[in-house]
Ligand binder design. Structure first.
Ligand code: IPM
Ligand code: MG
Length: 352
C-alpha cells in the first residue's frame, strides 16, 4: 500500500494537461523525499456531464472521501453553457466543495522574484516580498444560499451563521499567527446585515488571538487598496463571493493568474488542491498552458495534507529557479526560453 492515496479530478479544457505535469512533479518529489503515492481518477464537471449526465457523480464523491487528498485541474467550457444552472460543470465544483466540507479556501498571492516584471503593478508598489494569503469562506454565503426565480425576477441569498464565520475566522487567525500576525477581515458591513454579523463574530474570535493585529475593511476599499498598496496585507479573511473576486485581483498583482495555487481544507486531513484559474478552453489541447499553478497546488497539498513540508519547499524553490530562464507563453518575456506545458513540467522535475 502506498503512503498516500490521491484522487485526480482532471476536469475539462486545460485540466488534464496541467494535472499530468503536476503528477509528474509529485512523483519526482516522492522519489526524492522517500514516500509513495497511488492515484485514482474520477470525473467532475463537463467531462462528467458527457459521461454520466451529471457534473458530480456519486462515485466521484466516494473516491474523494476515500483518499488522502484531491488534486483538481479545472472545470467548465462553452460546450456546457446551455446546461441549466444546477447542472453546469461549475455546480459540480460547488458540489464537491460542499460534499467534502471544504469550508476554508487558502489562496496565497506570492510574487516570484523573476516574475516581478510580469506584474502590471509598478515595482516600487509591489516591493520584493509581496506575500498575501487570502482565506476565502468556501461552503456558505451567496454561493450556497437559497436562490430562485419568479415571473421576471430572480434572487440569490447571502446568509452566514455565527458558527460558519467563527470556524473560518479561526483558520485565518491561526495562519496569521504563523505569519506576520496581521489579519484584515473584509466585508460590506455598511450595507449588508450578513456582513455585520461577520464583523461582530470576527471581533469575538479575535479575543482568543490577542497577538494578532486585526483590522476591518469594506470590500470596495480592499479592491482599491490591493492595487494601491498590496504590501499592507498579510492575511485577508472574507466571504465566499468577496474572496472569489479579490483573489482574482490579487493573482494579477503577482503577475499571472496562471501562477496561483489554492488549498481547500475541511478541518481534517482531507483537502482539495487546485489552481485558481479556469479551464481556458481557448488554449486547451495546444500544449501551451502554464502548469505552475497546479504544480504549486501540489506543494500546498504536501504542506497542508500530507505533512511533507520539505518536499513542498523543494517544489516551490524549483519553480522559482526554473522561472529565471523559462516561461510559458502567458508569462513570456524577451530573452527567455519559451516552453510548452510539458517542458515546464520536465524542467521543474529536473530542477527538483
Ligand atoms: C473559483 C472559480 C469558481 C468559484 C467557479 C468556477 C464556480 O471562479 O474557484 O474561484 O466561483 O468559486
Ligand atoms: Mg474565481
Amino acid at each position: 500500500m502506498a503512503d498516500y492515496k490521491i484522487t485526480l479530478l482532471k476536469g475539462d479544457g486545460i485540466g488534464p494537461e496541467i494535472v499530468n505535469q503536476a503528477v509528474k512533479v509529485l512523483n519526482k518529489a516522492a522519489e526524492k523525499f522517500g514516500f509513495t503515492v497511488e492515484y485514482d481518477e474520477a470525473l467532475l464537471g463537463g467531462c462528467a456531464i458527457d459521461a454520466t449526465g451529471v457534473p458530480l457523480p456519486e462515485e466521484t464523491v466516494a473516491k474523494c472521501k476515500a483518499s488522502d487528498s484531491v488534486l483538481l485541474g479545472a472545470v467548465g467550457g462553452p460546450k456546457w453553457d446551455n446546461q441549466p444552472g444546477s447542472n453546469r460543470p461549475e455546480a459540480g465544483l460547488l458540489g464537491i466543495r460542499g460534499a467534502l466540507g471544504l469550508f476554508a479556501n487558502l489562496r496565497p498571492s506570492v510574487i516570484f522574484g523573476p516574475l516581478k516584471s510580469a506584474s502590471p503593478i509598478k515595482d516600487e508598489i509591489i516591493g520584493d516580498d509581496m506575500d498575501i494569503m487570502i482565506v476565502r469562506e468556501l461552503t456558505g454565503g451567496i454561493y450556497f444560499g437559497q436562490r430562485g426565480r419568479e415571473d421576471d425576477a430572480a434572487w440569490d441569498t447571502e446568509k452566514y451563521s455565527v458558527a460558519e464565520v467563527e470556524r473560518i475566522a479561526r483558520v485565518a487567525f491561526d495562519l496569521a499567527m504563523k505569519r506576520n500576525k496581521k489579519l484584515t477581515s473584509v466585508d460590506k458591513a455598511n450595507v449588508l446585515e450578513s456582513s455585520r454579523l461577520w464583523r461582530q463574530t470576527v471581533i469575538e474570535v479575535s479575543k482568543d488571538y490577542p497577538e494578532v493585529e486585526l483590522n476591518h475593511m469594506y470590500v470596495d476599499n480592499c479592491a482599491m487598496q490591493l492595487v494601491r498598496n498590496p504590501k499592507q496585507f498579510d492575511v485577508i479573511v472574507t466571504s465566499n463571493i468577496f474572496g472569489d473576486i479579490l483573489s482574482d485581483e490579487a493573482s494579477m498583482i503577482a503577475g499571472s493568474i496562471g501562477m496561483l495555487a489554492s488549498a481547500s481544507l475541511s478541518g481534517g486531513k482531507l483537502g482539495l488542491y487546485e489552481p485558481i484559474h479556469g479551464s481556458a478552453p481557448d488554449i486547451a489541447g495546444k500544449g501551451i498552458a502554464n502548469p505552475l499553478a497546479t504544480i504549486l497546488s501540489v506543494a500546498m497539498m504536501l504542506r497542508y495534507s500530507l505533512a511533507q513540508p520539505e518536499a513542498a519547499e523543494a517544489i516551490e524553490a524549483a519553480v522559482a529557479k526554473v522561472l529565471e530562464n523559462n516561461r510559458t507563453p502567458d508569462i513570456y518575456e524577451e530573452g527567455m526560453n519559451k516552453v510548452t506545458c510539458e517542458q515546464m513540467g520536465d524542467l521543474v522535475c529536473a530542477q527538483l
